[in-house]
Design a protein around this ligand. Structure first.
Ligand code: PMP
Length: 402
């Protein structure tokens, strides 16, 4: 048999490092090791009961068939209302799309718009999937490093410096995975001012964590701040994070009708539509009681405060306080160059995360996966006892370094 050769789009990309980290943790657990897992990118809560009930009721009513590519009338209405609530702007049915998770919506958006050599500006640290999604769709990721000095955020100057004739998209992710950084209205207005001079550039604002934020005001996205850009902004979101529904696979987006039509055309040939049952559940999530969201944010806030305070007390580590999502991005420059008790030198953040796994049984993800080193990402979508135990174990492991 001749050797299997995948398409070049497969060899161009790598598997998701967070999925790989989760697999490694599962492997170690299967070997009987107790691992304190801070890699998880999903809420540890169960999906609220009223959402599950809506799904069961949909099954009972026989809503188990294909739906329109753009979703059931109930979900469409819920998405339109939700977009209006979030952006303050009116969207029409022709301006929304739904898919099997925010991830699929973003992938399809790139597939619908990128030709070979088209550039996508990606601020780093970035969600691990963006560069590979761009590469898989023939595009060229243009990574712009955004350090701690700007709160891990893209500045107008950095944006202006990254735009070229070939720029098709700029990605903004607020609140951010992996840093938890949130763009203020002023910061978004500064970026919008640059974009005004580049009318061909589209903006993908990934707002999947927008309900998980720790400030008083609700998070403002790009279209709310600069409605004049609405005809070239794709707002992507989903029910995974806010409603603890990662397994239901349901995401949505609002954007200009021609772009949305292109996305829906591809979707009609790829999946036809997301699961009808998940659509019923998502409609209930978006239109039902929002108490779960508020309660879970209070829990995340408590965990964030414990994690940040604990990690900042460890000599050699420094952790900025994230404003949203359930991640913190920890600076580990202070441990690089040190030596482990068994004589190995820690030369980068990957060495350090491997050391934490071996010496402290704590699983975290190295900053190099997100495009900015030396850092590591922790997720605090896990119980307070695990966070406290992890921080203590990290402190012990760091103290043992020479
Ligand atoms: N964007 C970001 C920044 C994410 O972290 C994730 C999930 N890890 C997604 C999008 C996609 O989420 P889903 O496909 O579950 O909607």
């Amino acid at each position: 048999m001749p050797e299997f050769v995948p398409a070049s789009r497969v060899t161009r990309i790598k598997s998701s490092p967070s999925v790989a980290a989760a697999a490694r943790v599962r492997e170690l657990k299967a070997e009987g090791r107790r691992i304190l897992d801070l890699t998880v990118g999903e809420p540890d809560f169960d999906t609220p009961q009223h959402i599950k009930d809506a799904a069961t009721a949909a099954i009972g009513r026989g809503e188990t068939k294909y739906t329109s590519v753009t979703g059931t009338p109930e979900l469409q209405k819920a998405v339109l209302q939700t977009l209006q609530r979030k952006t303050g702007l009116q969207y029409t049915p022709a301006e929304i799309t739904i898919g099997g998770g925010g991830k699929q919506v973003i992938f399809t958006a790139f597939m619908a718009t990128l030709d070979q050599g088209d550039e996508v500006v990606i601020p780093a640290p970035y969600w691990v999937s963006y560069p590979d999604m761009v590469l898989a769709n023939e595009g060229t990721p243009v990574i712009v490093s955004c350090g701690e000095d700007t709160g891990f955020k893209l500045t107008p100057e950095a944006l202006a410096g990254a735009l070229t004739e070939r720029t098709r998209w700029v990605i903004l992710n607020t609140p951010s995975n992996p840093t938890g950084a949130v763009y203020s209205r002023e910061e978004l207005a500064g970026l919008a001012a640059v974009l005004k001079d580049h009318p061909a550039v589209y903006v993908l604002t990934d707002e999947i964590y927008d309900e998980i934020h720790f400030g008083e005001e609700r998070i403002a996205g790009m279209v709310a701040v600069a409605p004049e850009l609405k005809d070239r902004v794709l707002v992507t979101n989903g029910v995974s994070k806010a409603y603890a529904m990662t397994g239901w696979r349901l995401g949505y987006a609002g954007g200009p009708a021609p772009l949305v039509a292109a996305i829906n055309k591809l979707q009609s040939q790829m999946s036809s539509c997301p699961s009808s049952i998940s659509q019923a559940a998502a409609a209930a999530a978006l239109t039902g009681d929002q108490g779960f969201v508020r309660e879970s944010v209070d829990v995340y806030r408590e965990r964030r405060n414990a994690a940040v305070a604990g990690l900042n007390a460890v000599k050699g580590l420094q952790c900025a306080t994230p404003d949203g999502a359930f991640y913190a991005y920890v600076n580990c420059a202070g441990v690089i160059g040190k030596t482990t008790p068994d004589g190995r030198q820690i030369t980068n953040d990957e060495d350090f995360t491997l050391y934490l796994l071996e010496a402290a049984s704590v699983a975290v993800i190295q900053g190099s996966a997100y495009g900015l080193s030396p850092y590591f990402r922790i997720s605090y979508a896990t119980g307070l006892p695990v966070i406290e135990e992890s921080v203590a174990a990290i402190e012990k492991a760091v103290t043992a370094l020479a």
